[in-house]
Design a protein around this ligand. Sequence first.
Ligand code: BTN
Length: 246
Amino acid sequence: MTIGSTVIHHDRVSSTNSVASAMMREEKPEEGTVITASYQESGRGQAGNRWESEPGKNLLMSVILYPEMVKPEEQFVILQAVSLAVRDLVSIYSSDVAVKWPNDIYAGKDKIAGILIEHSIIGHRLAGSVAGIGLNVNQRVFTGGAPNPVSLAMLTGISHDLARITRELTALLDSRYRMVTGGEWSGLAEEYHRALFRRGGWHSYTDSRGLFRGMIESVRNDGMLMMRRDDGTVSEYAFKEVDYIL
Ligand code: BTN
């Protein structure tokens, strides 16, 4: 299995994640099969948000995986591997690239990529996962209301070849996913930790209790964010339980 040895490109789809999920249910394609699209009519983001992308400008990709060695409660390792691969790719073109917990890739203070991983669970194992990646490449104007979008073209001042970026990203995904299948989970956790946006510095956040100053200490292997607060206590957060004030 090599991620990207089969790439199926569509001009227009509802969502590459939806296409990949349907394929997984209907024909069980080979692991590592990649679905890409020039345009998504209903691109999906985290928490029910839409993922906006101008036709033909950006990378819209979903990868089909069968991580049967991963238990449902260990699924965060897949997100670590995919996040690091996207971070690795953006780092080829730009400096100051970080993973904003849990699933955004930031260049400086701006969001350049988002990840949406959808798992299907059978018994006590992950039977299949669709790793969806939206990476802003050549779009320069964003009208969809995302707070702080940026693209490779905006960072570098030049346009980039989407086919080449796709090849580079699939190679990086392949090598990161081999760390999952090869059991190098502590290496992934360590690198994810080192790559964290705002790790170790005091910044402003909000949670259900309101605004506070906090310092990200770590992310546990179950994906929970551990945050030291300026009153000395440590809070743990699941996704969407804390907002970063940017
Ligand atoms: C987020 O940051 O909210 C996650 C965005 C994930 C977007 C990608 S684009 C390719 C794939 N297909 C989808 O419908 N969503 C993901």
